[in-house]
Design a protein around this ligand. Structure first.
Ligand code: PMV
Length: 344
């Protein structure tokens, strides 16, 4: 390899939306119809790891995702790359300007099921943008990178921050910003139950497009529901009010899947095991005489369960007695994308 080539390796966490983003007002720029709120998980468990290498000898951009060779000409990948290159080309450092013209080789992998409704595109594009920024030695602020990650996948703009994060649909530029650090609510934990690791049949871009075209319920949500819900969720988080947080989380997940069903032809992301998990959570909360556990499902059948630390062992043993396996404990201490030592 030419001695001029250089590499950078980073990891980035997934984020799980408790107020969902579904539908765009501008598909090219990826501007959402409504604000969303998410929680960034810790990078100890589920993360994307990306290595980017640039060199004058590369003749084309390339990407290998989970050991599979991609063409490197995907629109979103190229959108992120060209935005980063624009920043690099305007750098005051001549070496960065020179590198902005070189082609790039990306190798990226997720340590969890990809495209299965577990936010792999969020960690993937956040990691891509962060790794490239490190590689070009850009002095960009996290919010600038948030806007760039958004061009890859909307939800990725939230993964640039740790803790509790809100993505604003009408900010200029359209970016996410933190609501509270993860340390703000250390008792809050989440469990991930992988129901299926197969990729979804309708991706989120196509699903959103179909819902926006056909679902009146999505229109109703955007006009009459989500604004108040965002404010209520923000308060629940700031007050660390688990009951309020949990109820809004479940209602929002349910409304998102109702919109999927209201889409014509309908989108089915959950399966019968997902529904059994929902029933179990409601029954459990009924027996505990308070809301102790909340579920949320993205565009896939896998469950993300929120609960407070004190409830974990009791709920995990009930879950085990019903499903014969325990969900994985995920921490979120708020790690943001991280530059790895190249020897790791
Ligand atoms: O960012 P995308 O295009 O992968 O869409 C994500 C959509 C949901 O995961 C269903 C909701 C969200 O806000 O993350």
């Amino acid at each position: 390899m030419d001695c001029k080539s250089r590499s950078s390796t980073c990891i980035a966490p997934i984020n799980i939306a408790v107020i969902k983003y579904w539908g765009k007002s501008d598909e090219e720029q990826i501007i959402p119809l409504n604000d969303s709120i998410s929680i960034t998980l810790d990078t100890d468990y589920m993360f994307t790891k990306t290595t980017a290498t640039i060199g004058p000898e590369f003749t084309q951009d390339s990407i290998v995702l989970n050991n599979e060779q991609g063409s490197g000409d995907g629109v979103r990948f190229q959108n992120c790359l060209s935005e980063i290159r624009k920043l690099a080309a305007s750098s005051k450092h001549s070496s960065t300007v020179e590198k902005s013209t070189w082609k790039v080789a990306i190798v990226s992998e997720n340590n969890f099921p990809t495209k299965a409704g577990l936010a792999s595109s969020a960690s993937g594009y956040a990691c891509l943008v962060f790794t490239l920024a490190q590689l070009y030695e850009l002095e960009s602020h996290q919010s600038e990178l948030s806007a760039l990650a958004r061009r890859g996948s909307g939800s990725a703009c939230r993964s640039l921050f740790g803790g509790f994060v809100r993505w604003f649909h009408d900010s200029q530029p359209c970016i996410a910003r933190p609501i509270a650090e993860a340390e703000h609510w250390p008792e809050l934990r989440c469990l991930v139950a992988v129901v299926s690791n197969t990729s979804k049949s309708v991706g989120s871009t196509e699903g959103m497009r179909r819902s926006a075209e056909t679902s009146k319920l999505l229109e109703h949500r955007v006009k009459h529901v989500v604004r108040d819900r965002i404010e209520d969720m923000k308060m629940a988080i700031l007050e660390k009010n688990f009951v309020k947080f949990a109820e809004i989380t479940m209602r929002d997940s349910n409304q998102f899947h109702a919109i999927c069903l209201d889409t014509y032809p309908p989108l089915f992301y959950m399966n019968s095991t997902s529904q059994a998990i929902i029933q179990l959570v409601h029954r459990y909360n009924q027996i505990r005489r308070s809301i102790k556990v909340a579920y949320t499902f993205d565009a896939g059948p896998n469950a993300v369960l929120f609960l407070e630390q004190a409830e974990i062992s009791r709920f995990a043993s009930v879950f085990y007695s019903v499903f014969g396996s325990t969900p994985h404990d995920q921490f979120f201490r708020g790690k943001v994308p991280d530059l790895l030592d190249p020897t790791e």
